[in-house]
Write a protein that binds this ligand. Sequence first.
Ligand SMILES: *Cc1c(COP(=O)(O)O)cnc(C)c1O
Length: 466
Amino acid sequence: MTPATALDLAARRDLAVRAAVEQRLLTDDEPLLALLDLTAVRDTVRALHAGFAEVAAPGQQVLHTFAVKACSLVPVLRLLHGLGVGCEAASPGELALARAAGVPAGRIVLDSPAKTGAELREALRLGVAVNADNVQELHRLDALVSGASGTSGMSGVSGVSGVPAPAAGPGSPGTPARPALGIRVNPQLGAGSIGAMSTATVTSKFGIPLADPGAREWLVRAFLERPWLTRLHCHVGSQGMPTEVMAAGARALLELADEINEAAGEQRVTTLDIGGGLPVNFTSDEAVPTHAEYARQLRAAAPGLFDGRYGLVTEFGRSLIAKAGLVVARVEYAKTSGGRRIAVTHAGAQIATRTVFAPGAWPLRVAAYDPRGRPKQAQPVRQDVAGPCCFAGDLVARDRLLPRLDQGDLAVLLDTGAYYASTPFGYNSLPRPAVYGVTFGADHAPSLSVIRRPQTLAELVAESGG
Ligand SMILES: *Cc1c(COP(=O)(O)O)cnc(C)c1O
């Protein structure tokens, strides 16, 4: 362990905020920025690999992918790729980001809910794995797979084996690997604590509803008729989903795969993609549950996942990166209204969209720093932490006990590495802030690098048809 990693998350946070201030990154033009503790990301990814390696069978294929939507920044995807984590893309834009990060097609999974014909064609051409969401999408794949082999009908499909093929050899430059094709199922296990994040309700818009009348039989038949279908996929929910329910989803996937393979008399399903969704603890610095705990829970619920018969794919997003991120906003003004203290900051709905619009589901910890970037020690008082948007509800914290925020102080939003700075909302034409990566040297000195430049007003005008 290097000396830097011996510092805990909170100590590194203080160093990073201080460094951002000392390097004068916060200005009138850029009173808002985001920081990503890359040391924390590396540690989390290492723990992910180790946690699954601990329960996996010797030699079992486990491909961890990162849900691009959780932090759709190319340098972050490149960093994760370097750490052995591929990409889960859910739109043509996310696929383009993964490609731009240099992630090979064979380490990308495409899960868009509304894939166009062109999107599917491109995925097959590249050799990106695709999980079909529904019957009509599967029929599009039928046509593409038979077309791709240059013959008509299902006789042509045997050329596409879903087994991830080795990368094109030197003798065949540019020949993409054959794509792995699968079907997303919805195990219909019910909702977690956040309805909008619950993808496995009875009427969810995602996947083939496993418990609907006839669905299971249809799925088995779909695989028997298509030797090129080799994967099953599910993603039970994102945040607020109990891990027992997630594990039950993985178990349902395993049982269905066993049933299909038994009916086929051979191993048709080779790979189970168990999705992401590990919840993040937004109330303290502690990462609970850990990926290792979840892996053990999966093994307990479905030992067959780890007996080596199936390759596994995971698609974690938030849990890999949330705790590494900070949003740092200058307090532009501090005022009182009706007896309520209000800090008017530069972080609101444009960067903390879910927190502002659904504060009950997405509360964030806020830390107070002084203008020199040191943690404020003042007596806590109740106050609102407001954003810069022109609507009354633009608050990231209401009636919160915090050291009193004054003009020039910094309001820092914790655990915001996923789905915050990288998922902006265009309201009020506020420019997208810079994102800086932070690493720590042997002497604990933080070093900041640009992950994303701040958006200029000229870019904003151009983007708005100017
Ligand atoms: C959003 C999503 C993920 C990642 O969810 P997290 O909660 O960020 O881990 C993985 N797979 C699919 C299909 C998703 O939609």
